[in-house]
Design a protein around this ligand. Structure first.
Ligand code: SAH
Length: 219
């Protein structure tokens, strides 16, 4: 696969991975997946010079893509294996879904904005990622047609985990999601569903755009 990357860009990508290691990302599979996905492809052309900086960046429709170290930490928290079926709620640019696609068997990602989904799907095709599909819809309802899932990642914040997501998670499955009020500091939570009960672990303080019920009327 050629993404037309220059030597300078390759060096930048190596420095990017080193930076993630320095920020505490240890999982070799996650680091490898982050290395395989060219972040500039997912970033607004006007902001490409910041593509490998560890900062959150604005994307279309007033949304935000998280800083790479947070993408990596959330991915680590999912504890993915190559046979997993994963749902991501909040496609945005498609970057995080592309990272997941290198670590799981299948990735389904859903966003309420049609234009974001179309752009993300086009990026997946450019990269030849065949195991990730983006859908337009209300992710608070999950994706019943593709359920159940081994792992669910939510990249927008809400006061609680939507019940349909818990219903569509297999036993032994994990949900990683920011919980808290919009416009405030939220807590990234790792939720595990077992036959015998549920556990919730608080991972770190974060800030995400809100999870808004319903598909968007326009865009
Ligand atoms: N993971 C993305 C960033 C997501 S930003 C990336 O890698 O670029 C959060 C996204 O959640 C936004 O695109 C927003 O439109 C979406 N979102 C908010 N509420 C939603 C809902 N109910 N269903 C699906 N997507 C939703």
């Amino acid at each position: 696969m050629s993404t037309g990357e220059s030597e300078g860009e390759q060096a930048e990508r190596m420095a990017f991975i080193l930076g993630l290691r320095q920020r505490g990302i240890r999982d070799v599979g996650v680091l490898r997946a982050m290395e395989l996905v060219p972040r500039p492809l997912f970033v607004d052309p006007a902001l490409r010079r910041h593509a490998y900086d560890d900062v959150a960046l604005p994307i279309a429709c007033g949304q935000t893509m998280s800083q790479p170290s947070l993408v990596a930490a959330m991915t680590e928290a999912l504890s993915l294996t190559a046979d997993h079926s994963v749902l991501e709620v909040g496609t945005g640019s498609g970057y995080h879904a592309a990272v997941l696609s290198h670590l799981a068997a299948r990735v389904v990602t859903v966003d309420r904005y049609r234009s974001l989904v179309a752009e993300a799907q086009a990026r997946f095709e450019v990269l030849g990622l065949r195991n990730v599909t983006a859908y337009v819809g209300d992710g608070t309802q999950g994706m019943p047609a593709r359920a159940p899932f081994d792992r669910i990642l939510v990249t927008a914040a809400a006061p609680d985990i939507p019940l349909p997501l818990i219903d569509q998670l297999k036993f032994g499955g994990v949900i990683v999601m920011p919980l808290g009020a919009p416009e405030e500091i939220q807590t990234l939570v790792r939720y595990v569903k077992e036959q015998s009960g549920r556990t919730r672990t608080e991972l770190m303080k974060v800030r995400f755009v809100p999870l808004i019920p319903g598909a968007a009327a326009t865009l």
